[in-house]
Design a protein around this ligand. Structure first.
Ligand SMILES: [Mg+2]
Length: 344
């Protein structure tokens, strides 16, 4: 098995501003696993607010056991052999590359080996970040024209601004379903104030209203919000498989991202767990190229919502794979993850 790591510097078309701050580039990393005949590829999203660093990710790649996937057809054995790491993004990249190589060896798209119907992909939302003023916000919202589901990043620091931005989007995108993601930017009392107003504006769901570790906040929302509110979806509060059960009864759904949970294998376990607990499932992403987006897209036939626009926000995607055509996910009919390199 030959293992090669590669730095992947992604340029964002617009500065991406959310409640954690703004960024214009992301330093992701790719891993290529080759058995001498075929090569699988995976991507690690290096998200600073998840504590990831490019060094930690590439160190993990460089120290993988060389006997990894000696027989990649025994995929579960290979996944079990992965060394433990603090970096979920690094594990996710290797997990993706192993799945890619496995499905390529079998000559089929990954979703087909799982028996998933590519016609049943959940509609993907298009994300509108925060802006510094109303005029800039109108421009960002205009980019979302034509998408049936649009996710607004809220948690600007002012509830009035959050409501004003939502109203602007509702007016300019009157044909779209609007959902909101506060990225943990509200206190529980703030969330109790704004969620009923967002419910009146008919938002589709509210994602991560309170901070990542604010379980008391989640509990307060569950106890004090009226019954007919939009579903509350946990994102930052849910990480790996072990984080699902503590959220049972507190949230209506979870946003699963490969870079948070460690790849496709744990993501599928989380989907099964969420369904057993009666939760909705969203498949989300980070700022990522078509490698990680295509891997996540293979899970969307199992999801209620998808949020896979990370590759649409960048200008230098070196791959082509699953396509998000105005929210409709189109899975490639190619073996593995179905990604093809466009530029070297
Ligand atoms: Mg989110």
């Amino acid at each position: 098995m030959h293992i090669r790591s590669e730095k992947l510097s992604l340029q964002l078309e617009n500065p991406f501003k959310i409640s954690y701050g703004a960024t214009t580039t992301r330093q992701n990393a790719l891993v290529h696993l080759s058995d001498g005949e075929l090569t699988g590829v995976g991507e690690a999203a290096v998200v600073p607010y998840y504590g990831e660093t490019p060094e930690r990710v590439t160190t993990y790649f460089e120290n993988l056991p060389s006997a990894l996937a000696e027989n990649v057809l025994l995929l579960e054995d290979a996944l079990t052999q992965l060394p433990p790491t603090e970096s979920s993004a690094a594990r996710a990249a290797v997990d993706m590359a192993l799945h890619d190589l496995w499905a390529k060896k079998l000559g089929q798209p990954l979703y087909r080996l799982w028996g998933l119907n590519p016609e049943r992909c959940a509609t993907s939302s298009y994300t509108v970040a925060l802006a510094d003023d109303e005029a800039a916000y109108r421009k960002l919202v205009a980019n979302a024209q034509g998408f049936p589901v649009v996710k607004l990043k809220l948690g600007s620091g002012s509830l009035d601004t959050d409501l004003k931005f939502t109203q602007i989007a509702m007016t300019l995108l009157s044909d779209a379903q609007i959902c909101v993601d506060a990225n943990g930017g509200w206190s529980a009392p703030d969330a109790l104030k704004i969620i009923p107003q967002l419910a009146e504006m008919r938002v589709l769901f509210v994602e991560q209203p309170v901070a990542k570790h604010d379980f008391a906040g989640w509990r307060m929302l569950r106890q004090q919000l009226p019954k007919n509110m939009p579903p509350l979806i946990a994102d930052e509060s849910v990480q790996g498989v072990e984080s699902v059960i503590p959220l049972a009864g507190l949230v209506d759904g979870i946003n699963i991202k490969l870079a948070k949970c460690g790849g496709l294998q744990p993501a599928r376990q989380m989907i099964a767990l969420a369904r057993a607990l009666g939760m909705q499932v969203m498949i989300g992403c980070m700022v990522e190229s078509s490698v990680a987006i295509s891997a996540a897209a293979t899970l969307t036939p199992l999801a209620d919502y998808a949020d896979l626009d990370g590759n649409l926000l960048i200008t230098n995607d070196p791959y082509r794979g699953a396509r998000n055509v105005h929210g409709k996910m189109m899975l490639p009919i190619l073996p593995g993850l179905g990604v093809e390199r466009l530029v070297e």
